[in-house]
Design a protein around this ligand. Structure first.
Ligand code: DDQ
Ligand code: CA
Length: 272
């Protein structure tokens, strides 16, 4: 069973975390103005667009340097790709049936890739994508990200519920977790994750065009981001859900896309 006590510690988000928060003078987890639950309303402002493989059923997205890593799902179509954003991947690994690929994250010299209902996480070499070993876990695998903490590190994993499980990046063993809540209510279907440089966790909410920003100490949603309307109507007809968020290194911006989307969007989260 997952121990929900937050035994891990992460530093409080930096007061300089992003220009966005300067609009309120507060950071994640701090109530904004007189709003009862301190949830900021933000929207995704497009700064740049990139092509995206419309055959990719996107399940995980993360940058390291100038390399974008993307995992895809569906049985018989699951993969892991890496390369410059918007270009054909320079590295490609298949994930054969019956595995259904899900979230990925990089942690030092390891890349972890989840599977949906197979109960298997795969450790790979990020420089070649070669599989090193497999570990098992209970429950479903959805999103994954990696946080550097002052003197240690942890993985954060979602499973389709409101729970985020913390894991040791070396062993994949559970070290605790939190429950994502907004206005006191659990937020379920937490999907692809991004551990941002400011310490907060961003999450796609499955079957919605909403991204939530989560305080990693408490699980409280501190911002709700409306990312609807990025695709044209005809693009949206052929595409599925928004899923996939990656912090763009050296910026306050994010790359976001979706399952079978023909484009990716570099966006800033600005007041709605
Ligand atoms: N998840 O990525 C949200 C975790 C799961 C998406 C599942 C989409 C259904 C595809 C068809 C399933 C066939 C077993
Ligand atoms: Ca991500």
């Amino acid at each position: 069973a997952v121990d929900l006590a937050d035994r891990d510690r992460v530093p409080a988000p930096s007061p300089m975390m992003s220009a966005l928060d300067d609009t309120t003078g507060t950071g994640p987890g701090v109530p904004v103005g007189s709003s009862a639950h301190g949830v900021q309303s933000l929207r995704a402002q497009v700064r740049e667009t990139f092509p995206h493989d419309p055959l990719a059923f996107t399940q995980g997205l993360e940058f390291r340097g100038e390399t974008l890593y993307e995992s895809t799902g569906l049985v018989g179509e699951s993969s892991l790709r890496a390369g410059p954003p918007g270009r054909p991947p320079t590295l490609y690994a298949e994930l054969p049936a019956p595995l259904f690929g899900e979230g990925i994250t990089l942690a030092g010299d390891k890349l972890w890739q989840l599977t949906w209902r197979n109960g298997i996480a795969i450790e790979r070499d990020p420089t070649t994508l070669a599989e090193r070993r497999r570990v098992t876990y209970e429950g479903e695998g959805w999103g994954l990200c990696h946080q550097r903490v002052a003197d240690r590190e942890r993985l954060v994993m979602s499973d389709g519920t409101s729970r985020l499980t913390f894991r040791d990046p070396k062993t994949f063993k559970s070290t605790g977790g939190i429950s994502v809540r907004q206005a006191g209510q659990p937020v379920t279907h937490i999907n692809e994750l991004e551990c941002a440089p400011d310490g907060s966790i961003y999450a796609n909410v499955y079957l919605t065009d909403t991204i939530v920003r989560i305080d990693p100490h408490t699980g409280a949603v501190t911002a709700q981001i409306d990312a609807a309307g990025l695709l044209t109507a005809s693009e949206a007809d052929r595409a599925e859900q928004l899923n996939g968020i990656a912090a763009v290194p050296g910026t306050n911006e994010f790359l976001i896309t979706g399952k079978h989307w023909p484009r990716m969007f570099q966006v800033a989260f600005v007041p709605a």
